[in-house]
Design a protein around this ligand. Structure first.
Ligand code: GDP
Ligand code: IMO
Ligand code: MG
Length: 438
């Protein structure tokens, strides 16, 4: 069986955690491959409601091996809190492993994250302030500290002796922030490293052993394609390296691209975005407000508690993300949120200031920030969908809406999610079964 990647097709929060929790049943390994605790994945199942930041959403199955891959940046204290909270709620963490190659979010990273945002002024990204961007910046600058270093007392001391004076100079001279004390940082992080040590190992080997046994490995993405450093709405993106796109999955786990045969793209039935940056179909009116508060789970950021910006489904951006990720199976979530609208709009093109019609995503955020959405209006269904469990249960207008999205993004919708709970889904096709790219 293959490696299957799950990515967010929009600006994050599409329901990746909820869908991984559902489809992990058919896999034996679930591995996170990028980002850090800027991600917030909600899972609601028979064990309760959980917010995951770093632990893969396969953790609720006792028999699944869960991996935090080398592409993830881990902040040790929040990771340990997350592990301990799960354990205290009866979720087994016995099969959880953290890659020894993960980069570590150190105390200077959130300081720099917040200070950078201040320096950017009006051009602030609206980051989560978790220090994840600066941690990946240090990875690329070759001054990062990795999990393998953190859990090895000699290696950690040596690495910190090199890195901290360097970072203190940056904190003081560039940002005017008081330097961090070596002994404090060393004592705190060496202790965290000791607690994390039982989880840290060579995770790529675990994945390869599973693949050699013919098992299915699920690679869980974070964020969404439109927040991707390369593919997204630069510079209003996140700084994960490898990227959150499907192309980053192999790198972030330690497998080659030939092993990945299936890419599952998660899309909301409309758009949301947290933080700044262009969003052509954003609704700043009453309709946007309804999208924000309608349904059982309002659109509030998991980590920062910020209300998410909302808008109609953007088929231009979603088709682009399906294309650049090679999505083979689509999943549409939060369909139930649209249940009460008499009619629904879909953005099918952008109109530029000088009157041109775009059907592909412009590279420039400045251009994208000025385009006007071109809408197609379709009838709503005005009926509850949250109890639908088969394609035929769905109202006809809802089926037409899904069919239209499939055609516009050129991707089959294989799962329709009609509620946040595990069983509130319509499975049209098994997304773990390899499908050719349409
Ligand atoms: P992720 O970051 O992609 O895992 O998504 P988040 O957990 O940040 O945000 C998705 C939100 O939508 C969470 O509150 C989920 O509980 C909720 N959710 C997921 N699927 C559905 C659905 O089909 N209907 C509704 N109403 N809520 C859903
Ligand atoms: P999940 O995995 C939604 C956004 C932030 C900000 C930008 C950069 O839950 O879908 P960062 O802190 O990463 O440097 O912030 O990216 N962002 C997310 N938005 N969902 C996420 O993750 C996000 N992770 C980062 O709001 O606009
Ligand atoms: Mg989220």
């Amino acid at each position: 069986m293959p490696a299957v990647v799950v990515i967010g097709g929009q600006w994050g929060d599409e329901g990746k955690g909820r869908i991984v929790d559902l489809i992990a049943q058919g896999a034996s390994v679930v591995a996170r491959y990028s980002a850090g605790n800027n991600a917030g994945h909600t899972v609601i199942n028979d064990m309760g409601e959980f917010k995951l930041n770093l632990v893969p959403a396969g953790i609720f199955y006792r028999d699944k091996v869960c991996i935090v891959g080398n592409g993830v940046a881990i902040d040790p204290a929040p990771l340990l809190r997350e592990i301990e909270t799960l354990a205290s709620r009866g979720v087994s963490v016995d099969n959880l492993s953290v890659s020894d190659r993960c980069h570590v979010v150190m105390p200077w990273h959130p300081l720099i994250d917040v200070a950078d945002e201040k320096l950017r002024g009006d051009a602030a990204i609206g980051t989560t302030g978790r220090g994840v961007g600066p941690a990946f910046t240090d990875k690329v600058a070759r001054i990062g500290i990795r999990a393998g270093d953190l859990v090895d007392p000699d290696a950690f001391r040596a690495r910190l002796e090199f890195v901290l004076p360097y970072k203190n100079a940056v904190l003081e001279k560039l940002y005017g922030i008081p330097p961090l004390d070596f002994d404090d940082v060393h004592a705190t992080y060496a202790a965290l490293g000791a607690r994390l040590r039982p989880f840290v190992r060579d995770t790529a080997q675990i994945v390869h052993d599973a693949l050699d046994r013919g098992e299915t490995v699920l690679l869980e993405g974070a964020q969404g394609c439109l927040l991707d450093l390369d593919a997204g709405t630069y510079e209003y993106v996140t700084s994960s390296v490898p990227s959150s796109s499907a192309g980053g999955a192999g790198i972030g786990i330690g497998i080659g691209p030939t092993v990945i045969q299936q890419v599952v793209g998660i899309y909301k039935a409309y758009m949301t975005r947290v933080g700044n940056g262009p969003m052509p179909s954003e609704l700043l009116d009453e309709t946007g407000k309804i999208l924000q508060i309608e349904g059982p789970r309002p659109e509030i950021g998991v980590n920062t508690g910020r209300p998410r910006r909302t808008g109609w489904f953007d088929a231009v951006a979603s088709r682009y993300s399906a294309m650049v990720n090679g999505v083979t199976s689509g999943v549409l979530t939060r369909l139930d949120v649209l249940d009460n609208f008499p009619s629904i709009k879909i953005c099918t093109a952008y109109e530029t200031e000088d009157g041109r019609t775009l059907t592909t995503l412009p590279a420039s955020s400045v251009v994208m920030g000025k385009v006007k959405p071109v809408y197609e209006e379709v009838p709503g269904w005005r009926a509850p969908t949250n109890r639908c469990r088969s394609w035929d249960d769905l109202p006809e207008a809802a089926r037409d809406y899904i069919r239209r999205i499939e055609a516009l993004i050129r991707t089959p919708i294989d799962i329709v999610s009609v509620g946040p709970e595990r069983d509130q889904a319509i499975i049209v096709h098994d997304v773990l079964k390899v499908r050719p790219r349409p």
